[in-house]
Design a protein around this ligand. Structure first.
Ligand SMILES: [Zn+2]
Length: 428
């Protein structure tokens, strides 16, 4: 049976370890402050059927820290290994959505801070190779500078991995050790090579990814559907959706708009991926229609969005949903992704208005009933992750689906081995 690679989580999200809670970990760690201006999430007109009247979101894609270069071969660090932990008992930061749902925040739990233990935890979380060892870990006499040397396994790992995976690995090691020691800067080496890093705390969430393989589902043995969310990511609604999915043991597929990905929304997108959901391509601007645009525009929309996703989420990008669901037939055949439409339209975008409680309730129920009346085994359900009403409707829909004996899985899990480039599906 074909296995599908899905990103899931061992821990809630970014797990940073601290050795001295009073001075090391800020209650609200810095996040995405390098991304520049952040405008509020702007709803897009949803895929499809209505005229685009809203302006495209113009946020620039977030920039990556420069950790993608292969290690250069500087002389190895020769300090002797530190045998004692830099501090006493430490803490673990666990990331989770804020109560207000407007982002992520961290809580602190106790953990050991012995360097080898920190590396072991990072390895068991899937961020770095499990065989990585601490060669030396030395703090300067004033406590501000840390020099960390890891075994060559780490250098090889960084060299092989995608930029997103490298960022996660390097950033997680840097943040973990700075938090654990209280140092301000770090020089990271491995196998005698300097590992390029920001040298200080990364201004981003660094989740722990575990590249777990999920089996494709068998529609003859159970009832399965996919819920797909277009037009995100959204800094708060995406996180809330991911939370609800986790509560149900479910996973969704998110078709994202590249130019919506900035510091905050990227963290939300990562969070959904951590929870096992699938991140896929919708378009970069959401204004270019693949049934009308030039080949150059079409290719640019896909490649820019692919690149943005890969910056933040490890693993391949395999699925694409055309804007409005329409695409030239000849483009499907040559598409490097599997083209995914839907056979159940929730029409949530028609029911997004929430001016009064009565109107809100009526609109949510309309969306819920649209799905209930159409869904069957193998369905691909279309929703949008940018409306509050859509989130409420989604919660009721997924509760109902599980009551009815359905399981909610990603499109890749639903389609299994049928999920190949150059083919379009409306359902499994
Ligand atoms: Zn759309």
């Amino acid at each position: 049976m074909k296995k599908i690679r899905i990103v899931s989580v061992l821990l809630l999200a970014a797990l940073l370890l601290s050795g001295c809670e009073s001075i090391i970990i800020p209650p609200n760690p810095p996040r995405q402050t390098t991304e520049g201006t952040q405008t509020p999430d702007e709803p897009h007109d949803p895929a499809g059927t209505i005229k685009d009247t809203e302006p495209p979101v113009t946020n620039p894609p977030a920039t990556n820290p420069p950790v993608t270069n292969p290690p250069v071969t500087n002389p190895p660090v020769t300090e002797p290994p530190v045998t004692e932990p830099p501090h006493g008992d430490g803490d673990v930061l666990l990331w989770h959505p804020t109560k207000s749902g407007d982002g992520l925040e961290a809580t602190v739990e106790k953990a050991g801070t012995e360097p080898a233990e920190l590396i072991r935890l990072l390895g068991s979380a899937g961020v770095i190779p499990k065989r990585t060892e601490v060669i030396s870990c030395k703090l300067s006499s004033n406590g501000r500078k840390l020099t960390l040397d890891l075994s060559s396994d780490f250098a090889s790992f960084i060299k092989e991995k995608t930029p997103a995976e490298s960022i996660l690995a390097v950033g997680s090691v840097v943040n973990t050790f700075l938090a654990a020691t209280g140092a301000e800067t770090v020089t990271l080496t491995a196998g005698g090579a300097v590992i390029p890093s920001e040298g200080k705390l990364y201004d981003r969430e660094l989740p722990f990814f575990d590249l777990t393989e999920h089996e494709a589902v068998d529609l003859k043995k159970g009832k399965y559907v996919s819920i797909t969310f277009d037009d995100g990511p959204h800094s708060s609604i995406t996180v809330k959706i991911a939370e609800k999915l986790r509560e149900k043991g479910a996973r969704a597929t998110f078709f994202v708009v590249g130019n919506r990905v900035n510091g905050k929304t990227a963290a939300a997108m990562q969070y959904a991926a951590i929870e096992g959901s699938e991140i896929a391509i919708h378009g970069y601007t959401h204004t270019v229609k693949y049934s009308k645009c030039t080949d150059a525009e079409y290719k640019e929309e896909l490649s820019l969005t692919d690149a943005v996703i890969r910056k933040y989420v490890p693993g391949p990008v395999t699925l694409m949903r055309p804007i409005g669901g329409s695409i030239l037939k000849e483009r499907i055949a040559s598409c490097p992704y599997t083209v995914i439409n839907w056979n159940v339209d929730s029409e949530d975008w028609k029911n997004k208005s929430h001016k009064t409680p009565e109107e809100t309730e009526a609109n949510i129920e309309t969306t819920v009933n649209n799905v209930k009346s159409q869904v069957k085994n193998g369905s691909i359900i279309l929703m949008h992750e940018i409306y509050d009403n859509s989130y409420e409707a989604f919660c009721r829909i997924i509760d109902w689906l599980y009551e009815e004996g359905y399981e909610v899985v990603t499109v890749s899990e639903l389609l299994g081995s049928k999920c190949v480039p150059g083919v379009r599906y409306f359902n499994a």
